[in-house]
Ligand binder design. Sequence first.
Ligand code: SF4
Ligand code: SF4
Length: 104
Amino acid sequence: MSVEIDREKCVGCRRCHDVCPGSLIKIGSDGKAFIKYPKDCWGCTSCVKECPAHAVRFFLGADIGGMGSVLHIEKNGELLDWVIERYDGENIVVSVDPKESNKY
Ligand code: SF4
Ligand code: SF4
């Protein structure tokens, strides 16, 4: 599992840094986030969900059927839109209500 941070999009809010349970994300001297230990990421997606700038992208590897697609998450009112950017250029959007997601 691994995430990538787009430093062009990063606005330096530090949310990803604060939520990462493994302290894998650091803030550079330019105020932008970077992942220092990508191999240690276990894919909890907390940083992906917290980023307000859609700068954190999560790789969906071939081992889980993603074939190199990437995922980012956008807030859509009360919902979270999980946006999968497929390897072939197509986008798939799955809208999730966070208030309902842990119900079962
Ligand atoms: S997915 Fe989880 S473990 Fe991996 S960098 Fe983001 S917050 Fe840390
Ligand atoms: S949450 Fe997003 S915008 Fe904020 S520091 Fe991390 S990558 Fe940058």
